[in-house]
Design a protein around this ligand. Sequence first.
Ligand SMILES: [Zn+2]
Length: 286
Amino acid sequence: MKPKLLHKIIACPYCKSGLKVKGEIATCVKCKRDFMHLNGVLCLLTDEDKNKYTEFLSSPSGSYMVKEFKIASRLFRTLRYIFGADFVPIKRLKKFTKSFSSREIILDVGGGNQGLGENIINLDIFPFNKVKIIGVGENLPCLDESFDGCICDSVIEHVQSPKAVVGEIYRVLKKNGRAFFVIPFIITYHAYPNDYQRYTKEGLKILFDKFSDVQIGVYRGPSVALVNFFSDYISMFSFTKNTKVYLIIKGIVTLLTFPIKFLDLLLIHNKNTHRVAHCLYAICRK
Ligand SMILES: [Zn+2]
């Protein structure tokens, strides 16, 4: 992603006007506020959000999240995908990103260090590797109608106002632009850095009611949900207060039970799968 292209779509988080970037400083063309870089990444947060997220990220769960994302090399992520609880039977997200030409721009809200393509801009609350903009989903620092596509993968459960995030994604999408959401349903508590809510398919229809065309289906199935739930369930019997010990036991149980997840190859085609799905997807058109 060329910096020039990035500078064309960013906006002031206060007034949503364009920014002029000169060296390390971006200045709002309207309200004249200045924004700095943090670890080489443009930080487009309001002072209120900066304070709020500094507090979240310095909490025990926030520090754990940052550490986990930092060590998550490609090899680590691949091994975790094979031997962990994660399994996606139908690669819908890949199909979604491939449906855009290389000239079309996609915003990955809460993209962290996942690298889905050259034309994809990652926005997150922390300057993880691959993040191009530091910002929050509830107040995207991007110009109106500046993206052809948006991705919001397993982020909705971690935000205080899902409706605001969806509204912001709608705003920054061009007319006819498409968004891909992954939204957990039967998944155990995971604070990254907080965990607020779950959605059923009916709940998602209300959440995405602004969009004209919404397709909802199962992204990760019941067997992934079972492995995830069972490993937490067994870890409970340790009665430990130590999070590290808890997670080690959970990891061992996952390692012993992970092959169950492949049964989702079968269950993904069952029309009742949404009842106990690990997470759902929604493809929406503006
Ligand atoms: Zn401004």
